[in-house]
Ligand binder design. Structure first.
Ligand code: MD3
Ligand code: FE
Length: 202
């Protein structure tokens, strides 16, 4: 049953837990072709989260800014394909949240180790008329959920293994982030957290 966080945003607690072992296997396969990497930020720093991608494009950050690119700059190869089962799962959970017909073309895979965090940001490089579907696996994290202005107060929402969140409509441009990951061990992922976000870019 969807738990509504706000207009357009809902969490399906544990909805992906039954897919965890297969999804982690898929992440490892993708990472062999397109390794996890930490990217530089336009501000001159380094992201603490390691990322890879699959599908029609991948998200890249460097001194010039952020963008989606059709090839992995690290290998020059196209990104690994988005597995059909992943795409179908994202379509299914989006429909559960009221977004019928969502077909993602890109999946970003974030890998968090203890201490890794994601600063407050908006996601605006994709189609804004499509939702974003997020699946979390492994260690728990505190999701920071703000408003449409950077300075709006933050809600802290725990995201646990198997949790699914769908953001769209009026919630699509909310500022959000992830607090520094606390150390721990998870039976499926070991000392880390994975977050997969499914998006429509093209
Ligand atoms: C709300 N990832 O990859 S997922 C990201 O857990 C990102 O790795 C976080 O923020 C993570 O951009 C949070 C939740 C999320 C993802 C995309 C959103 C929430 C969103 C896009 C619009 C609004
Ligand atoms: Fe984001």
């Amino acid at each position: 049953a969807p738990e509504w966080l706000d207009t357009g945003a809902c969490v399906l607690r544990g909805h992906a837990a039954g897919h965890a072992v297969e999804m982690i296997g898929g992440i490892r396969r993708i990472a062999r072709a397109a390794p996890f990497r930490r990217m530089p930020t336009p501000g001159g720093g380094m992201m603490s989260v390691a990322m890879t991608c699959c599908g029609a494009g991948g998200w890249c950050s460097d001194a010039d800014g952020y963008r989606y690119v059709a090839h992995d700059p690290r290998t020059g190869q196209p990104w690994p394909p988005l597995p059909d089962m992943w795409r179908d799962l994202a379509t299914h959970v989006a429909a559960c949240a009221g977004y019928a017909g969502f077909v993602p073309d890109v999946c970003l895979i974030n890998g968090y180790r203890p201490g890794a965090r994601m600063g407050l940001h908006q996601d605006r490089g994709e189609r804004l008329d499509a939702p974003v579907v997020s699946l979390s696996f492994g260690l728990p994290a505190i999701f920071q959920w703000g408003g449409l202005q950077r300075g709006d107060p933050l809600r802290r929402i725990p995201l646990l293994h198997g949790d699914v969140v769908v953001w769209g409509g009026p919630s699509r441009l909310v500022f959000h982030g992830i607090a520094p990951l606390r150390a721990g061990q998870h039976p499926v992922t070991g000392p880390c957290r994975y977050n997969l976000t499914f998006r429509r870019v093209w």
